[in-house]
Design a protein around this ligand. Structure first.
Ligand code: FE2
Length: 196
């Protein structure tokens, strides 16, 4: 069993090297030297898809995630009643730190989202402010009900509190780093048609 603190350190170094002002502001004053929470490894189907990733030079964080993946506590917010079984087989996340992740923080949550190819993650919103940084190329993102835009690894996508957003994958899977703060850290996102 690999200690996830090694992956946390790589996560921290990755963020520290980002120049984007949204990222600098988001993590300002936040110390990622956090107490650990003992979580057992938990497997979900989409993790099998990670084997298909070919990493290149500079993909240090992605390579680290692939090494640690079998020992992480993978989870899903939804059930097949939400978006069907295909979605459920091709979706998952792991919280590195936050209210339920491998490390304890009440202030910010952060981790990784994985979407298999050919997936629509429907338009949704939540109170927390959010940053996504894809670690793979070729996913499509919509913000505030705008047109879907292609995003590549290393781009910073910021969703202010309550702003609608949606993601799609085509022929490639998506792995993205995420950060949440300023709202309930384990809130289930809200979708059109949800009862308030
Ligand atoms: Fe979100």
């Amino acid at each position: 069993m690999m200690d996830p603190r090694g992956l946390l350190a790589t996560f921290r170094d990755y963020l520290a090297a980002m120049d984007a002002p949204e990222v600098r502001r988001f993590i300002a004053g936040f110390d990622l030297d956090l107490p650990s929470r003992q979580l057992a490894a938990a497997d979900i189907p989409v993790i099998e898809r990670l084997h298909s990733i070919e990493t290149g030079r500079g993909d240090v964080l992605l390579e680290s995630l692939l090494r640690y993946a079998p020992d992480l506590h993978w989870a899903r917010t939804y059930t097949s009643a939400d978006f069907g079984n295909h979605f459920l087989q091709n979706y998952g996340w792991v919280e590195m730190f936050g209210s339920r992740g491998h490390f304890v923080s009440d202030e910010m949550a952060g981790g990784f989202l994985v979407l298999g190819s050919g997936i629509d993650y429907p338009d949704h919103h939540h109170a927390a402010e959010e940053i996504y940084i894809p670690l793979t190329d070729g996913s499509l993102w919509s913000k505030d009900r705008g047109a879907f835009t292609g995003r590549n690894a290393g781009e910073v996508i910021h969703h202010p509190s309550g702003v609608n957003h949606a993601m799609k994958t085509k022929d490639r899977l998506l792995v993205a780093l995420y950060l949440w703060r300023g709202g309930p850290l384990s809130e289930k996102p809200k979708f059109q048609g949800d009862t308030p």
